[in-house]
Write a protein that binds this ligand. Structure first.
Ligand SMILES: *[C@@H]1O[C@H](CO)[C@@H](O)[C@H](O)[C@H]1NC(C)=O
Ligand SMILES: *[C@@H]1O[C@H](CO)[C@@H](O)[C@H](O)[C@H]1NC(C)=O
Ligand SMILES: *[C@@H]1O[C@H](CO)[C@@H](O)[C@H](O)[C@H]1NC(C)=O
Ligand SMILES: *[C@@H]1O[C@H](CO)[C@@H](O)[C@H](O)[C@H]1NC(C)=O
Ligand SMILES: *[C@@H]1O[C@H](CO)[C@@H](O)[C@H](O)[C@H]1NC(C)=O
Ligand SMILES: *[C@@H]1O[C@H](CO)[C@@H](O)[C@H](O)[C@H]1NC(C)=O
Ligand SMILES: *[C@@H]1O[C@H](CO)[C@@H](O)[C@H](O)[C@H]1NC(C)=O
Ligand SMILES: *[C@@H]1O[C@H](CO)[C@@H](O)[C@H](O)[C@H]1NC(C)=O
Ligand SMILES: *[C@@H]1O[C@H](CO)[C@@H](O)[C@H](O)[C@H]1NC(C)=O
Ligand SMILES: *[C@@H]1O[C@H](CO)[C@@H](O)[C@H](O)[C@H]1NC(C)=O
Ligand SMILES: *[C@@H]1O[C@H](CO)[C@@H](O)[C@H](O)[C@H]1NC(C)=O
Ligand SMILES: *[C@@H]1O[C@H](CO)[C@@H](O)[C@H](O)[C@H]1NC(C)=O
Length: 734
């Protein structure tokens, strides 16, 4: 598109060359390069004359003292639109660069050799072009390596094996316009690695291994106009990361793993006109972030993980061209997905294999949109409203979509039936716009289907937006979308498993319905399972589509732990999302009783003990999921305390002895002994509370956190709730 090429020209004029630009242009220039080289520069430089021979490039030998295994020519240098005195040592199996080359050399080519360590380069005062690409360079050893090359404008180090860029690597290159470090293995860039590159215009860093960007790197190249960081390992863009690049016009960040862009990431990019974010992991259009880029003209978001273009996603941008193709998940274009785009001319929305629905009002205030690419999608219809909403629309690429040839395609048929000079809109390759349904016209091009098969009104057709079933885990969010085609425009109702019908926008803590089309159930629990249906209806009829929702909690189960006559411990296995843990409770009660004790499950402790229970009694323990007023029981177990404890056994022994003594003693001693026993008993019990697991069970219980002990203060389990929980001084969950 013209925008792309005009952008290129900016770069070319600046530095007499075309580099790193779109492939087709590079090729085209090379094809025609000899002529243009001769006609413009050739006349001025009198040492150069005839370079062409039937359109084929032919170099002139440069009579000079040429180093061994090199060719010295006067030649048009690739990417440069200029003819230069060239020392060409490319593809010569060199392991070190020649020690001396002619002083008059302007271009020095060392591409495709076997240089591993770059230590020394000959001193050439007039050198403007240095090509070290396609070698095996791992290290640039000398701090002063490039310090003599004040005139060099283009330095190519691409396709080497560099791993890091040390401080000051490029110092001395005061006139450098282009630096190509693409396709190396660079992971590390030291502070001020690019010091001295005050004049740099194009920086190509594609195909390296950067995982993050440091704004400091760019401080030394504040004049850069084109920055290429594609095909690295970036995942995030931090705040103000490009703030020292006020001159930047083109920023390419394609083929990374970017999923997170800070709202201020693009701050300072006042001149940016092209932004390429394609093939990343974005789940939403970064609308807020792009508001920082007032002059953005072209935005590429192809190949991201976007499901839906949200309302006003691109509003107020000065965009002329927008590309949203090859998105594996893009399914829905909402009401006003493309709104307030006064300069938009071309929209690429093709090859989105899941794109099913374009809302009738997806476009709003796009007065200049002329070309719409929506081919190779899954569209059954295109809104007839496009004719009025897009006054400048001229060309639609709709082929390779499963078109439904009923009332929804009526307007398309109408246009296709008219002679070309009577319609404003044309459908490109209209013979490939083919009906897929209804069955009796399947496979027929729309333009060939008889007019009588199209009606002006028809019953709604629900779009297949539901999966057959949804399996959710407890606490997750259920999100369903429903849209339907039909004329008149269908309305939507939701039917919930419990029989409720929702036909308006709803928003309570649990349930939300947006625009009648999106249903969200927050924090699902077992009672939310069942069949969800969406009914679309208009004055002609209705259609229903349904899906089954299953909620799984299988992964959490209670298991009994050690038990004595007065305490029970239970564990729960399985895991849950850490953020949800506070929504779980452990309850316990004596079977048959009403009062319940509740334990908030904190952090990741999975074993809890309850003490001061009654012997030989069955207690029911349950783990429940609770949020606000909702609660859902996940699992319960019954555990029975033991009949007698160790303490009692010991006491019984003492009692036996006492009985022997009592045979020959007076009642007073017996009474005194009774007191002693009472004391011992009390002491023993006290000990038990402090160290309940100090005997054979101690090993298995060591993992019990201290604050998981629940010691009802005075006996009863069934006392007030506050008194049930003793050790909550540290963290007050109530
Ligand atoms: C290259 O030259 C051919 C023939 O002269 C011409 O048709 C074509 O448009 C030129 N291409 C460019 C990019 O100038
Ligand atoms: C190129 O120019 C040289 C003289 O500068 C002349 O001898 C030669 O024949 C020319 N070649 C062609 C192909 O025009
Ligand atoms: C340099 O030499 C190589 C190998 O002979 C050749 O492929 C390449 O086109 C030459 N480059 C220039 C600019 O002449
Ligand atoms: C990305 O860079 C690697 C080398 O770092 C290269 O092998 C690969 O082909 C590049 N991928 C693309 C899509 O350019
Ligand atoms: C928007 O773009 C147009 C043409 O591309 C340009 O003339 C205008 O200055 C831009 N406006 C802003 C606010 O950048
Ligand atoms: C689309 O949005 C506009 C304004 O936000 C609203 O008035 C209109 O009702 C919406 N249309 C639908 C079908 O939701
Ligand atoms: C369109 O072209 C046909 C002949 O090709 C002509 O008869 C007709 O009048 C034209 N219509 C308009 C509106 O120019
Ligand atoms: C084709 O199917 C539509 C409905 O699916 C029906 O109304 C129409 O009569 C059928 N036409 C023929 C020729 O079978
Ligand atoms: C059905 O379930 C929804 C969501 O859980 C709830 O808001 C609604 O009150 C329920 N309706 C009936 C009749 O129970
Ligand atoms: C919503 O549905 C209820 C029951 O089906 C009905 O009484 C009510 O009129 C509907 N509201 C609208 C706005 O359609
Ligand atoms: C939702 O449906 C009701 C009636 O069913 C309708 O009045 C309302 O306009 C619809 N809202 C949207 C945003 O479509
Ligand atoms: C526990 O025992 C009670 C009474 O026998 C019974 O109703 C309840 O279902 C049991 N709970 C479990 C989880 O077995």
């Amino acid at each position: 598109m013209s925008f792309r090429s005009s952008l290129m020209m900016v770069g070319c004029m600046n530095c007499y060359l075309i580099l790193f630009m779109a492939l087709q242009l590079t090729l085209a220039v090379e094809e025609n390069s000899t002529e243009s080289g001769q006609s413009t520069e050739g006349r001025q430089k009198n040492e150069v004359n005839n370079l062409t021979n039937d359109g084929e490039k032919q170099s002139i030998v440069w009579e000079t003292k040429c180093p061994e295994s090199c060719r010295c020519t006067i030649d048009l240098v690739p990417h440069f639109k200029r003819i230069m005195k060239t020392v060409n040592c490319s593809f010569s199996d060199l392991q070190i660069p020649p020690r001396k080359i002619p002083d008059a050399a302007q271009a020095f080519l060392l591409s495709g050799n076997k240089i591993e360590k770059l230590r020394k380069l000959p001193h050439v005062p007039n050198l403007e072009y240095l090509d070290l690409s396609n070698n095996e360079i791992e290290i640039m050893d000398d701090f002063y390596l490039f310090s003599h090359f004040k005139e060099v404008k283009c330095l190519l180090l691409n396709n080497n094996r560099l791993k890091e860029i040390p401080t000051g690597s490029f110092s001395g290159l005061l006139n450098l316009d282009i630096l190509d470090l693409s396709n190396n293995r660079i992971k590390t860039i030291y502070k001020h690695a690019f010091a001295g590159l005050n004049h740099l215009q194009t920086f190509n860093f594609e195909g390296n291994r950067l995982s993050e960007l440091d704004p400091d790197w760019f401080e030394d190249m504040y004049d850069v106009k084109e920055l290429i960081l594609s095909n690295n390992s970036l995942t995030k863009l931090d705040s103000q990361v490009f703030k020292s690049l006020p001159e930047l016009i083109s920023l390419k960040l394609a083929q990374n793993n970017i999923w997170d862009i800070h709202p201020n990431a693009f701050e300072g990019l006042k001149k940016l006109t092209l932004l390429d974010l394609s093939n990343n992991k974005l789940a939403l259009v970064p609308s807020k972030q792009l508001k920082m880029v007032p002059n953005l003209g072209m935005l590429l978001l192809d190949g991201n993980q976007i499901y839906k273009i949200q309302e006003d996603a691109f509003a107020f941008f000065n965009i002329t061209e927008l590309s949203l193709s090859y998105m594996p998940k893009l399914t829905i274009l909402e009401n006003k997905s493309f709104s307030n785009l006064p300069n938009l001319i071309l929209l690429q929305l093709h090859d989105n294999q899941e794109l099913l629905y374009i809302d009738n009002h997806a476009f709003y205030n796009c007065p200049l949109l002329k070309v719409l690419y929506v081919h190779n999608n899954k569209l059954m219809a295109l809104p007839a409203e496009l004719q009025t909403l897009l006054p400048s629309l001229e060309e639609i690429h709709l082929y390779h979509n499963p078109i439904r040839c009923d009332c929804n395609a009526y307007w398309i048929k109408e246009i296709l039936s008219k002679p070309a000079n009577e319609t404003k809109i044309i459908f490109k390759d209209s013979e490939k716009v083919i009906c897929e349904s209804p069955l009796n016209v399947t496979g027929t091009p729309v333009e060939q289907v008889l007019d009588t098969k199209f009606s002006k009104v028809c019953t709604p057709t629900s779009l297949p937006l539901f999966h057959d079933e949804y399996k959710l885990d407890l606490g997750e969010e259920l999100r369903l979308e429903c849209h339907a085609l039909g004329v008149p425009e269908p309305q939507i109702q939701w039917l919930l498993p419990n029989g409720s019908v929702l036909n308006t926008s709803v928003s309570n803590g649990k349930l939300e319905v947006h625009n009648n089309c999106t249903l969200i159930v927050h924090r699902v629990n077992g009672s939310d399972k069942g069949t969800y249906s969406c009914k679309s209806f208009n004055s002609v009829g209705f259609d229903i589509s349904s899906t089954a929702v299953k909620i799984s909690d299988k992964y959490i189960r209670l298991v009994p732990g050690p038990v004595s006559d007065d305490y029970i411990s239970v564990s729960w296995n399985g895991s849950t999302h850490p953020s949800m843990i506070t929504e779980y409770r452990l309850t316990y009660r004596q079977v048959g009783a009403k009062t319940t004790g509740t334990i908030h499950i904190g952090q990741s402790f999975q074993t809890y003990a309850v003490t001061r229970l009654q012997p030989s009694t069955t207690y029911e323990f349950c783990i429940i999921y609770m949020y606000d007023t909702e609660s859902y029981t996940i699992d319960c177990i019954n555990v029975t305390t033991k009949a007698t404890s160790m303490a009692n056994a010991g006491i019984t022994k003492i009692v036996d002895e006492t009985v022997i003594v009592a045979v020959c003693s007076i009642l007073g001693i017996l009474l005194a002994l009774g007191c002693v026993i009472a004391l011992i008993r009390k002491f023993r019990n006290h000990q038990d509370y402090e160290q309940p697991f100090d005997q054979d069970e101690s090993e298995s219980m060591t993992n019990i956190p201290l604050n998981s002990f629940y010691q009802p203060l005075n006996t009863p389990l069934y006392s007030s709730r506050a008194s049930l929980i003793k050790p909550f001084k540290a963290k007050d969950n109530y």
